[in-house]
Design a protein around this ligand. Sequence first.
Ligand SMILES: NC(=O)c1ccc[n+]([C@@H]2O[C@H](COP(=O)([O-])OP(=O)(O)OC[C@H]3O[C@@H](n4cnc5c(N)ncnc54)[C@H](O)[C@@H]3O)[C@@H](O)[C@H]2O)c1
Ligand SMILES: [Fe+2]
Length: 394
Amino acid sequence: MRTWSFSSAGTLFFGRHAVRHHLQDACERVRAKRAFIVTDAILVKAGLLAQTVEPLRAAGITFDVYDKVTPEPGVELVRECIAAARASNPDVIIGLGGGSNIDTAKLVAMILAHGGDPLDYPGDCRVPGPVKPLICIPTTAGTGSEVSPAAVFTDTANHMKVSCLSPFLRPNFAIVDPLFTVSCPPKVTADSGIDALTHAIEGLCAVNNDDFPLPSGEKSVYQGSNPMATMMAKQAIYLVGSFLRRAVKDGNDLEARDGMALAGTLGGLAFSNAGVALVHAMEYPVGGAVHVSHGAGNGLLLPYVMRFNDTVRASENSLIGAILNNGGRGDGIAEVEQLRKDIGIPTRLRDIGVKEEMLPGFAAKAFAIKRLMRVNPRMPQNEGEILDIYRAAW
Ligand SMILES: NC(=O)c1ccc[n+]([C@@H]2O[C@H](COP(=O)([O-])OP(=O)(O)OC[C@H]3O[C@@H](n4cnc5c(N)ncnc54)[C@H](O)[C@@H]3O)[C@@H](O)[C@H]2O)c1
Ligand SMILES: [Fe+2]
């Protein structure tokens, strides 16, 4: 039996008003005197920046704010944010927002510590050492970026989402306050929520840790499924099944917001140790080429990939069905399709602007992401197998 490890953010604070109660403590524990906050205009308007700076002011911590992050940021925006941060000379970076803002904050913390350009770092384990102290406060329930070792952005010239993966990109502190997600509109709730489900399902169905095909000499933050990631993935799936429809239907349903906030973080803990796989690999070229959110792209592709994996993950697919349906019918693919429909996730690539002639290029790009291919329980043998899945989804 191979050994496995389990990593998270340094400390996770979770619960209503967690920011008010714990942000000061988090700053003090990294000896911060000056913060740089990475966020966006929508969250400023929603009052979430004001709630974040309140404890900073009370603690006498000065701060600057960059509030121009846009969803799925391109490298140019990330560079602009880095320049603003450099001018501010902070000793802690605070990412406030969905995955887009948190990942931008991670990239800032990385470049401020090690220099260079964001495009120097995509791939596995290329960050040479600790980054600037990082506190992440999610305002969506989905990406799990607040606990993960990943930072995703768009390589605009290549029309491709890219990801920097490193143990050094796990934040020092994740402060998850479900009340910070209450202002999420239904579409953001649905898209980020199905991303959480995708993380949990890909983590649960990942190749077994014992069989993880890591070539000698290569490093990977992912390691295949292990009992702890599996446990968290199952609970995340259960919470999504119980609460995602409710959170989309009524954003003020606080019990549903609590449940989904935990689902997002647990999904993040699961995937960031076991790995994400073919769904994410196939979403990256789609997300780079057409304007679809990461979550919607993943949700669209998820059942098609589950079907591809069913030859080796039939019992997991049944289990997923039973968990999603609270012990009822055990067809995971059908349950995911039903959930996707109920929360308004698109079901066909053609409906989100993908042209049929784009598919072979997508398949080549997805197949090239070896670090994700090797996590998939049924490793695609060639681009053609991936193209067939894209065609089914088109
Ligand atoms: N680093 C990781 O581990 C990881 C994992 C999964 C996804 N991602 C990345 O995260 C990004 C997607 O993140 P996301 O799904 O959280 O969405 P997002 O950060 O792109 O936000 C989407 C929109 O929702 C708005 N929003 C967010 N919170 C809100 C709130 N509380 N109230 C009102 N509006 C709100 C934002 O302003 C934005 O306009 C993608 O780039 C994806 O690739 C990263
Ligand atoms: Fe994701």
